[in-house]
Design a protein around this ligand. Structure first.
Ligand SMILES: [Zn+2]
Length: 341
């Protein structure tokens, strides 16, 4: 049984099972304060999830009417999906804060049209993806829309360094882009606890999801894995006793976990280089080589992971991308370390 973290007076976890949602195990919501309370994330609009939150809140002595504010670690549906329903249940407006770079992601317009847009189709052509894989990706994106209600107008922009406090806690916003451009961690200064969203997760290496919707970004040069690694360094400078993440168990050895992430990134880069040594390859071939038998739910994440690592290899001068196509072709270049391959 997953327990999100050891008990504390002013920090409680509401843990939701998320079966069939990749290998996330749980979606974790955190309740801060002794009343009124602050909610960190809301979980997805999964069948039964809303009632489950209500029951777990009740067990710790609260109801939706006791929520003073909601803070979203980022704009992914499994983190903001139930925000609107919770606000409606409270019967009054509740401020809902998230980083300005992810607000557009929670809008009705993006959820209706952006999940599958011309930009996405253009990207699948660039990646050289076969028609059946594109169809499977499209089906999946339609499926995801079911798990959230949009936040139109409710999202209040928050920024690096903003603080929120209440009875028994004070948290500071640490902007940690990479998993998404507006991903944030929240650092509780008194207990040295980091609410790490999807930036740091114990049982999986978080995906630095590539950003297809370039036109919506405040930084048009954003590259997900490069930003993600810089954000890991930012977290490394904090004095952290526990990290409480958006999914799975709490973490008590953040430095150890970060070094495992870095090993994972290096080994993935070596794997990719091995497949593009002396040969031009589109992303679709690399997906087949590295992730044979990929389930439908994971195709986009696999493409994203490879693309993000290729961006780093290019920035390091270890790979190059052809300007012809589509599809874009990638090939190792420059001096490769002896261990490559
Ligand atoms: Zn996420």
């Amino acid at each position: 049984m997953i327990s999100a973290f050891p008990p504390s007076d002013a920090i409680h976890a509401v843990v939701l099972p998320v079966p069939g949602f990749g290998n996330l195990l749980t979606s974790n919501i955190y309740v801060l304060g002794t009343g009124p309370v602050t909610l960190i994330d809301t979980g997805p609009k999964f069948p039964g999830a809303f009632e489950n939150i209500e029951k777990q809140l009740h067990e710790i002595g609260f109801g939706f009417q006791d929520i003073e504010r909601i803070i979203l670690t980022h704009g992914h549906i499994d983190h903001f999906g139930l925000a609107r329903k919770i606000i409606e249940a409270a019967g009054r407006s509740i401020p809902c804060h998230l980083h300005r770079d992810d607000i557009w992601r929670t809008s009705g317009e993006y959820i209706r049209y952006g999940f599958w847009s011309d930009e996405v189709l253009e990207f699948t052509r660039m990646a050289g993806m076969p028609r059946d894989a594109v169809e499977r990706m499209k089906r999946r994106s339609a499926f995801y829309k079911n798990f959230c209600d949009p936040l139109d107008g409710e999202g209040i922009p928050m920024d690096e360094g903003d603080t929120f406090s209440g009875p028994g806690f004070e948290i500071r916003v640490v902007h940690t882009p990479g998993h998404s451009p507006g991903s944030c961690c929240l650092y509780e200064t008194g207990s040295r606890v980091l609410f790490s969203g999807d930036h740091i997760i114990k049982h999986i290496t978080p995906n630095p999801i590539m950003e297809i919707h370039r036109s919506l970004l405040s930084d048009p040069g954003y590259q997900s894995l490069i930003s993600y690694e810089a954000s890991l360094e930012k977290v490394e400078r904090l004095d952290i006793r526990y990290a409480f993440s958006g999914h799975g168990e709490y973490i008590d050895d953040v430095p150890g976990l970060l070094s495992r992430y870095r090993e994972h990134h290096e080994s993935r880069k070596r794997q990719i280089l091995h497949h593009i040594l002396d040969i031009d390859q589109p992303i679709s071939h690399l997906v087949e080589d590295l992730f044979p038998d990929i389930p439908e739910s994971e195709i986009f994440l696999a493409v994203s992971e490879i693309y993000a690592h290729l961006e780093v290899l290019i920035s390091e001068g270890r790979a190059r991308m052809s300007t012809e196509g589509p599809p874009a072709l990638f090939r190792a270049s420059g001096v490769q370390p002896a261990s490559a391959g």
